[in-house]
Design a protein around this ligand. Structure first.
Ligand SMILES: NC(=O)c1ccc[n+]([C@@H]2O[C@H](COP(=O)([O-])OP(=O)(O)OC[C@H]3O[C@@H](n4cnc5c(N)ncnc54)[C@H](O)[C@@H]3O)[C@@H](O)[C@H]2O)c1
Length: 285
C-alpha cells in the first residue's frame, strides 16, 4: 500500500519520517516548502513536485496543513485524482464543520475520508507517541488505524466525520485554560519573589500538577520562545471553539478569557512564537 503525505511542517516532518521508517512500501511527500520535501527525501521518502503527484501515486493520502482554508484548498485540488479504494486522512486541526464539508465532497468520488487531529507536540511526533482523535465510519477507522499507529500510540474514534476535531478543539481549549492559570499564578509568584524552579517543584507536590507546567517550566525560565506549537495555531483553535460555543448557544467565559490573551499576542506580532510566549503577555499586565 502506497502512502502519501502532504504538509511537512513542524509536525508533518516527523510524522511522515516515522511512516517512512516503519512502512514497508513507498511514501510520497509534498509541501510548498521544497527544503522540507528534500529533507524527507534524504530519509527515504519519494519527493513529489506537487500535491497532485502525491494523490496520483498514493492509496492513502495524509494531510497535515495549518488551517481550514488550507485543507479545503488541498482536497479541492486533489478531487479529480480521488476515487474508490483511496482513503484520505486529514490530521490538520481545522473547523469540524469545514471538515464535514470536505468529507462530503471527497466521499462523492468514492474515496473515504477521516479527520484525525493529533494531541501533544513535536517530541511526541518524533517518538511516534502522539494521541490521535478520529472522526469517520468504523470501517474507515479500522483501515486508517494501522497507519495512524506509525505516528501515535493512543488512538481513539470519537464518532462520525468531524467528531475527532470536536474533541481536539475541546482538548486544546482545556490546555489554553490550564496554561492561562499557570501564566497568572507563576507571574504572581515571581512578583512575590518565588523562582520558576521553586514554583514548578511546589506545584508538582499538589493537585495543581499539570503536563503543561511540567513540560514548559524550564523554557519559560530560560525565556525560550522557539516554536514547537505556534501561538497563532492555538489562537486559531480558540477561534474555532468560540464559533462552536456560539453555535451551540453555550457561553464559555473561561475560553473567552484565555482567547483574549491570544488575541493580544497576535495583535502584538508574536503569533509565530511558541504558544508559551503568552506568558509575556500575562506578566506584562
Ligand atoms: N505544532 C504542534 O505542536 C501541533 C500539535 C498538534 C496539532 N497541530 C496542528 O497541526 C497542524 C500543522 O501544524 P504545524 O505546527 O506542523 O504547522 P506548520 O506551519 O509548521 O506546517 C504546515 C505545513 O503545511 C504546508 N502547507 C500549507 N499549505 C499547503 C499546501 N497547499 N500544499 C502543501 N503543503 C502546504 C506548509 O508549507 C507547512 O510546511 C495545524 O493545524 C496545527 O494546529 C500542531
Amino acid at each position: 500500500m502506497k502512502i502519501g503525505f502532504i504538509g511537512l511542517g513542524i509536525m508533518g516532518e516527523s510524522m511522515s519520517e516515522n511512516i517512512v521508517k516503519k512502512h514497508d512500501d513507498k511514501v510520497f511527500v509534498s509541501d510548498l516548502n521544497k527544503a522540507q520535501v528534500e529533507k524527507l527525501a534524504s530519509v527515504g521518502a519519494v519527493a513529489c513536485e506537487n500535491n497532485i503527484e502525491v494523490a496520483k501515486n498514493a492509496d492513502v493520502i495524509i494531510t497535515m496543513v495549518p488551517k481550514s482554508e488550507h485543507s479545503k484548498a488541498v482536497y479541492t485540488e486533489l478531487l479529480p485524482y480521488l476515487g474508490k479504494g483511496k482513503l484520505c486522512i486529514d490530521m490538520s486541526t481545522i473547523d469540524p464543520d469545514v471538515s464535514v464539508e470536505i468529507s462530503k465532497f471527497v466521499k462523492e468520488t468514492g474515496a473515504d475520508f477521516v479527520d484525525a487531529p493529533v494531541v501533544k507536540s513535536k517530541p511526541a511526533a518524533i517518538s511516534g507517541t502522539l494521541g490521535i482523535y478520529v472522526g469517520g465510519t468504523e470501517e474507515a477507522f479500522e483501515k486508517a488505524k494501522p497507519i495512524l499507529a506509525y505516528m501515535g500510540n493512543n488512538i481513539i474514534r470519537m464518532g462520525g466525520n468531524g467528531m475527532g476535531l470536536v474533541m481536539k478543539i475541546c482538548h486544546n481549549t482545556l490546555v489554553a485554560q490550564i496554561q492561562n492559570g499557570v501564566n497568572e499564578t507563576l507571574a504572581l509568584a515571581q512578583k512575590c519573589g518565588i523562582s520558576v524552579d521553586d514554583f514548578a517543584a511546589a506545584i508538582s507536590y499538589g493537585g495543581g500538577q499539570n503536563f503543561y507546567l511540567d513540560g514548559q517550566a524550564q523554557n519559560i525560565k530560560n525565556r525560550n520562545w522557539t516554536t514547537a506549537f505556534s501561538l497563532e495555531n492555538m489562537h486559531k483553535d480558540l477561534g474555532i471553539c468560540q464559533r462552536l460555543s456560539k453555535s451551540k448557544g453555550f457561553p464559555m467565559p473561561g475560553m473567552e478569557n484565555a482567547k483574549s490573551v491570544y488575541d493580544k499576542g497576535v495583535e502584538e506580532g508574536i503569533g509565530k512564537e511558541d504558544f508559551r510566549a503568552t506568558y509575556k503577555i500575562v506578566e506584562a499586565r
